[in-house]
Design a protein around this ligand. Structure first.
Ligand code: CP
Length: 315
């Protein structure tokens, strides 16, 4: 694999290989010195045109834990504000010879365009409402740690599917690992033709108790150009996951950030069923595994040492 632009770049074996490696990297996070030399001499550019807390910080931590150099770029405060285009920005920053570019933009397909402008490997960290493949990988990792294999598990994805890159990537990843996926939300927030991705569509939560996993999505106000729900109160009445709707044996997930009191009630965010914090933690080891997958097998830059993981430990 040269780039990770979509979950469709991976088959089941590829997903499992990355997640098995992520599991092996978890041990590094428990060390006193959280660092291995696996990507020493490699350079990772974080190119963020859109706000991010989890994805950006975890890619930075992942790269640094693997001993790569990290360059962080945010469009705010850069020459993008003077009108520099995405292409010119990528060409300019390519002068630093990054080995890998992590790119987040509000533009569908932008990560694929970046991959055509640079010799570096490219990871799509979210391109508009298209895809967010590393979110899907970290979610599958979190679920495998909690439930074991996903084959035959029922996963309901509830909320604003229309504007969600997470929904699309997660449906593909959950299906690839054998889960049965249902998407649920108001008709205005479910795109037509979702069944083509291999999932069922429901417009009420009546069957929610049959799910093993409830994956709530954020109402993405920033991507809404019109009113998709009559009111937040009405939306919450019909689709909010609260203590009444969530069963004691169901796993609750959310990609963050959460609109408290809209898609999730406070009592379920802090419940034992919620794995929202585990999802965030998984972001580091899963992104380490993705960086390793894309960089460790490539020809090393001159003077760099690429070692296989696990690296030998000093005595
Ligand atoms: N889930 C997710 O992508 O979060 P951030 O926008 O904070 O990176």
């Amino acid at each position: 694999m040269r780039h990770l632009l979509s979950i469709e770049d991976l088959d089941r074996a590829g997903i499992e290989r990355i997640l098995d490696r992520a599991r092996s990297f978890a041990e590094v996070s428990e060390r006193e010195v959280k660092k291995v030399p696996a990507l020493r001499g490699r350079r990772v550019l974080n190119l963020f045109y859109e706000a991010s807390t989890r994805t950006r910080s975890s890619f930075e931590l992942a790269a640094k834990t693997l001993s790569a150099e990290v360059i962080n770029f945010s469009a705010g405060g850069s020459s993008v504000e003077k009108g520099e285009s995405l292409k010119d920005t990528v060409l300019t920053l390519s002068a630093y010879e990054p080995d890998l570019i992590v790119v987040r933009t509000p533009f569908v397909g932008a990560a694929g365009l970046v991959a055509g402008w640079t010799p570096a490997a490219v990871v799509n960290a979210g391109d508009g409402k298209h895809e967010h493949p590393t979110q899907a990988l970290l979610d599958v990792h979190t679920l495998r740690e909690r439930l074991g294999a996903l084959d035959g598990r029922s996963i309901w994805i509830v909320g604003d599917v229309l504007h969600s890159r997470v929904a699309r990537s997660n449906i593909l990843a959950f299906r690839a690992l054998g889960a049965e996926v249902t998407v649920c939300g108001p008709p205005t927030l479910i795109p037509r033709g979702m069944e083509a991705l291999g999932c069922r569509v429901e417009y009420t939560l009546d069957g929610l108790r049959g799910a093993d996993v409830v994956y709530a999505l954020r109402l993405q106000h920033e991507r809404m150009t019109e009113s998709f729900v009559p009111s937040l109160r009405e939306y919450a009445a019909r689709y909010q996951i609260d203590g009444r709707r969530l069963g004691p044996h169901q796993v609750l997930m959310h990609p963050g950030p959460v609109n408290r009191g809209v898609e999730l009630a406070a009592e379920v965010i802090d419940s034992p069923q919620a794995v929202i914090g585990q999802q965030v933690a998984a972001g580091v080891v899963v992104r380490m595994a993705v960086l390793y997958e894309l960089l460790a097998g490539r020809g090393a830059p001159s003077g760099a040492t690429v070692v296989t993981f696990p690296a030998p430990q000093p005595a």
